[in-house]
Design a protein around this ligand. Structure first.
Ligand code: 2XT
Length: 126
């Protein structure tokens, strides 16, 4: 099942564990080819309260992009809305929005994975 860019968004609804160290939302072609690895870190890999974004091409990570804002707290129930076009991916949260370049020029995705300390409640393609 392919998911295309024109104005669609992937909504991931869930709850951040109360003792979360970090979680990640990955979208792309498969686990080795990611348009976006969106990885909020509460305390892991030496990062505290930092969102790390990256791409992955044939299994190789790209250049990390660390965001300034960290609009997450332990135990939060959130909805993350991911959309993208030929130039960039957009991650929309209730009070924040993050952009990440579409480095791979991906035009549609067929892979979504949520990992780490996040309890998925619902996933919606709209
Ligand atoms: C300072 C020299 C070493 O640099 C460090 O190199 C690490 C290894 O490449 C970087 O960590 C990796 O960053 C990647 C993004 O650039 C990914 O986040 C790598 O994690 C992949 C992954 C996901 N998961 C599942 C998961 C996800 C979230 C929570 C719990 C499990 N397990 N491993 C994560 O291991 C880490 O971000 C990087 N730190 C810096 C400051 O550059």
């Amino acid at each position: 099942m392919w998911f295309g860019p024109p104005g669609e968004c992937i909504k991931v609804k869930g709850k951040i564990e109360s003792d979360a160290k970090g979680f990640a939302v990955n979208v792309g072609k498969d686990s080795n080819t990611l348009l976006l690895h969106f990885n909020p870190r509460f305390d892991c890999h030496g990062d505290v309260n930092t969102i790390v974004c990256n791409s992955k091409e044939d299994g190789t990570w790209g250049e990390e992009d660390r965001k300034a804002d960290f609009p997450f707290q332990h135990g939060d129930k959130i909805e993350i809305c991911i959309s993208f076009d030929e130039t960039e991916a957009t991650v929309k949260l209730p009070e924040a929005e993050f952009k990440f370049p579409n480095r791979l020029g991906m035009e549609k995705i067929q892979y979504l994975a949520v990992e780490g300390d996040f309890k998925v409640k619902a996933i919606k393609f709209s």
